[in-house]
Design a protein around this ligand. Structure first.
Ligand code: IPD
Length: 268
């Protein structure tokens, strides 16, 4: 985990510098699914450094997967990397961008590191050892119901009318049930860190990926929270959907209300 922290710091420096510079932007699965040369550069920096130190380990990276690498979690030690989470924010200089590095062995998530590049906040958690932000221990909230909760979500890359109807319908439900608010901040990893920090009560999303979830899942669980599938069952890291909350009651209540948006699977 120390290696991951050092690499996230180095990557964060690159992202911070590039944030205000001119960028070359391309699209991936849809016209709003963006990538820049800095995403590629940072992923290469992280993976090549880790590969040199741990030559037998496997890697799942957002941009390597887009370029055609297989996204399959095996029992081997595997690093799961999002070089810039919040690429759309990054493109617009909206200062919520993060580097996310998770590590799994035997398909179990062992530790996670998320670096909030502009606020220079390092979120870390190792299974059984608690979750921290810059050495300060994190704790989730004890909110059990949707009423009065602050709930975060993210939009995902599909914008066809049927998907948008489901997306807005889900949001409308939580507002109708008097959630205090529903927020979209543009970075799934940082939204999940807010839940871990007790600054929000819950999070749900369809259309995120294993690299958005791997590190954040350990951080939320170690802060005392729960991370489950939108069906209410156990989390499936490859299923492109998630509910997270400070309590299992809130997580289950959120899951119960959601209409499913199908994004397929990362390992398909
Ligand atoms: C995306 C962001 C976005 C979320 C997407 C993610 P990226 O990650 O977290 O907020 O809606 O589902 O894939 O593409 O910026 O690394």
């Amino acid at each position: 985990m120390d290696t991951a922290v050092q690499l996230a710091l180095r990557a964060g420096q690159v992202v911070r510098k590039a944030l205000t510079e001119e960028k070359r932007v391309s699209t991936k699965t849809s016209v709003v699914d963006l990538v820049t040369e800095t995403d590629h550069l940072v992923e290469e920096l992280i993976i090549s450094s880790l590969r040199e130190k741990y030559p037998t380990h496997r890697f799942i990276g957002e941009e390597s997967t887009s370029a055609g690498s297989k996204c399959i979690l095996t029992n081997s030690p595997t690093w799961i990397i999002d070089p810039i989470d919040g690429t759309c924010n990054f493109v617009h200089r909206f200062p919520l961008v993060a580097v996310s590095i998770g590590f799994a062995v035997n398909r179990e998530l062992e530790f996670g590191v998320i670096y909030h590049c502009t606020e220079e906040k390092m979120y870390t958690a190792r299974k059984g050892h608690g979750a921290f932000c810059n050495q300060e221990q994190l704790h989730v909230t004890k909110e059990t119901g949707i009423r009065n909760a602050l709930i975060l979500t993210e939009i995902g890359p599909k914008r066809d009318p049927a998907t948008l109807k489901l997306f807005l319908g889900n949001m409308e439900k939580f507002l109708t049930f008097h959630a205090h608010g529903v927020r979209i901040i543009g970075s799934a990893t940082l939204a999940l860190c807010q839940v871990a920090s007790g600054a929000a009560d819950g999070f749900y999303q369809f259309g995120l990926h294993c690299w958005d979830l791997a590190a954040a899942t350990v951080i939320i669980r170690e802060a005392g929270g729960v991370v489950i599938d939108t069906s209410g069952g156990p989390l499936d890291l490859m299923s492109c959907r998630v509910v997270a909350a400070g309590t299992k009651e809130l997580a289950q209540s959120i899951a119960k209300e959601l209409q499913t948006i199908n994004y397929g699977r990362d390992d398909d």
